[in-house]
Design a protein around this ligand. Structure first.
Ligand code: DMJ
Length: 454
């Protein structure tokens, strides 16, 4: 008899736990849906103000409410960068207006020197994902024209691209560049080759990636700056921050997108070295700092908003343990002042550079970790970040970067990546998983999803 009572009590407890679990889960689903809707509304606030004050230009200056063009004439940076976010959020009217503007007004036959890296990740990447999502051939033609105009950048003695190329004359300048700029091109140029059937784009961008890798130090690290005429390093500081970050990202992603075994092998040869020399254990926390590429000696104990992409890459490559630990450190950095600084000394926990440029990396990592673990902790993390993001960066006419995360003073800047990446990753974190089939795409470093079709 007591056994039967115990069994009934157990079954009742199990039922209550099951029902409560179900409730909590559906409650979480509801909250997430509401959050996704909030992100969409706030994205629309940024986009509507771009339309109102800066339509047809590269970007909106959100405090002075005027337009800004990077090179004195517009390359439609914001519409091209934001197009796939508009499509994913089902903002159909806005997406249609952006697409019409792009196909009617965008022309690359311009006598201006442009930064090969930025134009590749934002414009080439945006046009290619826009084409894949809409099937509009005119977007692919624009991408091909742009790809052809960027090609002279690769005409250096080493095959490493110059920093700038003139879109009309094909002249090049700036021989000193860095691994992020030489190695973050293959997803875009490779996709262009696959879509046009012209291998030259893939070959040039792959050579640039391989030539960067070949110049790693005997320890296996790459440095901060390199001269493309001589192939010599001009700054041997090694890290995973801006200037190097997406070089590692593309080694792994080019393997995933194209099945290119050379990329996988270069990744396998590089990543253990990154863990060996750049990872740092402090107070039981995991951080990644700087070290000299030749000696492996620690040079700086700094980490920042750009480094915060690394948990996403670790998660994508299957290293969830490190990804989770590093994300916890990134979140600690975020919470220090209620929003992350550009650079932090993780040893002293003092801010080294206090600006916040509406950067996406920490949100990107939160999204990847949520995708791979399903752990509600990451949606809670994302909610805290989104609340802070709105609280400090929202203005009457868009979203503004912060000059200083301590005082929260705003600055007159709304980079196109806020619309291409930051809002997109916030949205995908909370939206239902059907919004985008994660495993069917690879995001370029500007959050443009490229189809895994090759
Ligand atoms: C973006 O242009 C890209 O994510 C790039 O890889 C790094 N910097 C910005 C966002 O912070």
């Amino acid at each position: 008899m007591p056994d039967r009572i115990a069994l009934i009590a157990f079954l009742m407890a199990a039922f209550v736990a099951f029902a409560m679990g179900g409730c909590t889960k559906s409650r979480q689903g509801e909250d997430a849906q509401q959050l996704a809707a909030r992100v969409r509304t706030e994205f629309l606030h940024a986009w509507n103000n771009y339309e109102r004050y800066a339509w047809g230009h590269d970007a909106l200056r959100p405090l002075s409410k005027i337009a800004h063009d990077w090179y004195g004439q517009s390359l439609l940076m914001t519409p091209v960068d934001a197009l796939d976010t508009l499509i994913l959020m089902r903002l159909d009217g806005e997406a249609e207006r952006a697409r019409s503007l792009i196909v009617s007004d965008l022309s690359f036959d311009r006598d201006i020197y442009v930064k090969n890296f930025e134009i590749t990740i934002r414009l080439l990447g945006g046009l290619l994902s826009g084409y894949e999502l809409t099937g509009d051939q005119r977007l692919l033609s624009l991408a091909e024209d742009l790809g052809n105009r960027l090609m002279p950048a690769f005409n250096s003695p080493t095959g490493l691209p110059y920093g700038y190329v003139n879109l009309h004359t094909g002249q090049i300048r700036d021989a000193v560049t860095n691994p992020a700029e030489t190695g973050t091109l293959l997803l875009e140029f490779g996709t262009l080759s696959k879509l046009t059937g012209k291998p030259v784009f893939y070959e040039k961008a792959k050579r640039a990636l391989v030539e960067t890798f070949k110049r790693r130090s005997p320890l296996g690290l790459v440095g901060q700056s390199i001269n493309v005429d001589t192939g010599a390093w001009t700054n041997t500081d090694s890290h995973i921050s801006g200037g190097i970050d997406s070089y590692y990202e593309y080694l792994w992603k080019c393997w995933l997108l194209f099945g290119d075994k050379d990329c996988r092998d270069m990744w396998n040869a590089s990543i253990p070295v990154v863990h060996k020399y750049l990872a740092d254990e402090i107070r039981g926390e995991l951080w990644y700092g700087h070290a000299d590429m030749q000696t492996g000696k620690r040079t700086e104990t700094t980490y920042g908003a750009l480094d915060a992409f690394f948990p996403a890459l670790l998660a994508l490559s299957g290293d969830l343990k490190r990804a989770r630990r590093l994300q916890a450190s990134s979140f600690k950095m975020w919470n220090l002042h209620g929003i992350e600084p550009e650079t932090l000394d993780y040893k002293t926990m003092r801010v080294v550079a206090g600006s916040y440029h509406l950067r996406p990396e920490i949100v990107e990592s939160t999204y990847y970790l949520y995708h791979y673990t399903g752990d509600p902790e990451y949606r809670q993390m994302g909610k805290k970040m989104f609340d802070d993001f709105v609280k400090y960066c929202r203005t009457d006419s868009g979203y503004a970067a912060l000059a200083d995360v301590t005082s929260k003073q705003q600055r007159d800047e709304m980079e196109s990546f806020a619309l291409a990446e930051t809002f997109k990753y916030f949205y995908l974190l909370f939206a239902s998983s059907e919004t985008l089939q994660f495993d069917k795409v690879i995001f370029n470093t500007e959050a443009h999803p490229l189809r895994r079709a090759w």
